[in-house]
Design a protein around this ligand. Structure first.
Ligand SMILES: [Cu+2]
Length: 497
């Protein structure tokens, strides 16, 4: 029994009864509408079904209020935040976001918060669905190895964020301590074909975006709201490739979307879809035919859309650098028959996929990262990882064939300029290139922008691929060689460091 690990602590609360709301006072001041919401629970207490993203607990079919017991265990766990990058998350239930809670308006919720004995920090919970000071935070202050409980009445329907509110609050939220609680209206939500749970959050690490290894939290970046990662469901690629949200043409999809923050507001958008309905801010009224909906930090929205044509729909924060340079990219994959009367284009739009376009690209990058860590990195793994990354960055101009475009983009295939000077090629990627350049006897005079936002591993793998493809034969480029060129050359104005 997991309960045995804990002793009940009432750190800030003299007795359990004292933590509860006072039903009689509420009834006397609330009028008849509140009176109806205050109806006593019917039947035996029910253990809440909790789910981890992207899953949502089943719809509630009860016609009367119940007492619902919710038990959530806080766990501090080190998990991947991106390929080859680990982060110590603080979680409600072991994953980010926290477990999804689903209750019915008028339910009495008996909430148990357990803080795993291996944890280092005290934690608590503030549920925005709670009416009462602190949303439960003061009643649930819980030391490692302890558990607390309090009870609240779910007075208002809606989709609500919950989060940890232990000082320093921003740090607890930045480490992933948030989730969603849905309070269904008494008559329930209209049935749909599929429901999913998606929650955005911003993360702050000492290392740069995709810098490998275990990355600590960076308080200064968090204060400056300078996010290293902006993610859906707690890790880059959580809903990409094999983990894309499945769906079928003809189905209506409902997304419960939350934003844990701690800092950024989300311009939530699904590329290639129009939201038939949005319940902005998780409230009761819906707006129709919406392209992008704004989700505040500590807020939520319910979005619904019917899938008319098959294909991959990209889920983004349309504050778009977050999608391409901070990780805020998910996918929903709809299978079914083409409907060319509605859409005649390509199935998957590579333009929006970036380095996610190549199938198995994540695996190739992961393999190279693992080998690098253990000192067994092979030329083959570097080439495979580099190929995936090349497709998302360089191929737009130099083409997948490496042949470029005559008189506009020079070839990389059999390029003497590329192969004659390794350090110079590294410099071209880091610092860009402009002005006249001669490749295989042909003059080009154009501009290549600096690609210094790529990290040293990425540039090493890309150039190793480029120097060993399309008839090129060269040695590997190491991350250390890229680091050396980065240190000894100057970025042009405006380039990423
Ligand atoms: Cu906490």
């Amino acid at each position: 029994m997991k309960i045995n690990r804990y002793s009940v602590s009432m750190a800030l609360c003299a007795s359990l009864v004292g933590c509860n709301s006072h039903p009689n006072e509420l009834r006397s001041t609330g009028g008849s509408e509140l009176g109806a919401k205050m109806a006593a629970p019917v039947g035996e207490p029910i253990q809440a079904v909790l789910t981890q993203a992207p899953d949502v607990p089943p719809a509630i079919t009860r016609k009367s209020p119940a007492k619902v017991v919710v038990e959530i265990e806080v766990k501090e766990v080190t998990m991947p935040i991106s390929e080859g990058v680990n982060y110590t998350f603080w979680t409600f239930g072991g994953k980010v976001p926290g477990e999804f809670i689903r209750v019915r308006q008028g339910d009495t919720v008996e909430f148990h918060l357990q803080n795993h004995p291996d944890n280092k920090m005290p934690h608590n919970i503030d549920l925005h669905a709670v009416t009462g000071p602190g949303g439960g935070a003061t009643s649930t202050f819980t030391a490692p190895g302890h558990q607390t409980q309090f009870t609240f009445k779910a007075l208002n329907q809606g989709l609500y964020v919950y989060h940890c509110a232990t000082a320093p609050v921003g740090m607890h939220i930045a480490n992933g301590m948030y989730g969603l609680i849905l309070v269904e209206p008494p008559e329930g939500l209209k049935p749909v074909d599929r429901e999913y749970y998606v929650m955005q959050g911003d993360f702050y690490t000492v290392g740069k975006y995709r810098e490998k290894g275990l990355q600590p939290f960076d308080m200064q970046k968090a204060i400056e709201e300078n996010a290293t990662y902006v993610l859906f469901n707690g890790s880059e690629g959580s809903m990409v490739g094999e983990k894309a949200l499945p769906a079928k043409v003809g189905e209506t999809i409902r997304l419960f979307v939350g934003n844990g923050g701690p800092n950024l507001v989300s311009s939530f958008h699904v590329i290639g879809e129009i939201f038939d309905k949005v319940y902005p801010e998780g409230g009761s009224h819906y707006q129709e035919n919406v392209q992008t909906t704004l989700i505040p930090s500590g807020g939520a929205a319910i979005v619904e859309f019917r899938l008319e044509v098959p294909g991959t729909y990209i889920i983004v924060d349309h504050s778009i650098f977050r999608t391409f340079n901070k990780g805020a990219l998910g996918m929903l994959k709809a299978t079914g028959d083409e409907v060319t009367a509605i859409y005649s284009g390509k199935e998957v739009d590579d333009v929006y996929l970036g380095d996610k376009a190549a199938s198995g690209s994540g695996k190739a990058v992961a393999k190279a990262t693992a080998e690098m860590k253990s000192g067994t990195l092979t030329l083959e793994s570097q080439i495979a990882a580099g190929e995936a990354l090349f497709k998302g960055t360089c191929s737009t101009c130099h083409m997948e064939t490496g042949l470029g475009v005559p008189s506009v983009f020079p070839p990389l295939a059999k390029s003497d300029f590329l192969m004659n000077d390794k350090a110079r090629s590294i410099g071209v990627v880091l610092n860009g290139l402009s002005g006249a350049v001669t490749v295989n006897g042909t003059k080009f005079n154009s501009v290549m922008p600096p690609m210094s936002q790529l990290n040293d591993d990425e540039i090493a793998n890309i150039l190793t691929y480029v120097r060993n493809s399309w008839g090129n034969k060269g040695t590997a480029v190491t991350a250390a060689e890229v680091t050396a060129v980065r240190a000894s050359s100057k970025r042009p104005p405006g380039a990423a460091e």
